[in-house]
Design a protein. Sequence first.
Length: 108
Amino acid sequence: MSSLHQTKCMNHADREAAARCPTCKQFFCRECITEHKGRLICTACLQKIDQPETEKKDGAFRGVGRAVAGGLRALLSLVMLWMLFYAIGQLLLLFPDSFHSGDMWKDL
Ligand SMILES: [Zn+2]
Ligand SMILES: [Zn+2]
């Protein structure tokens, strides 16, 4: 590792390199390199990973997809709520009319 100690950081000329970025093959100091998904990577390459070109292209489409998903979730909760009220309504219909009027209790 003696060769690594002689190498300076790409961003800091006065600092010794701590690790080498496997993506851009450049040396970086401890401050400039970060761990990403179990491997070391420089901040510049990490930013490239976080914002891939494909995301910029279909970014609008993803926004629409997210809106549709949100709408579906709202619709689903509405349906669930309606079903709940429907079930309660059906349950109430099961009871005889006498129950509502209170006559049932007189027969007992
Ligand atoms: Zn890199
Ligand atoms: Zn550095």
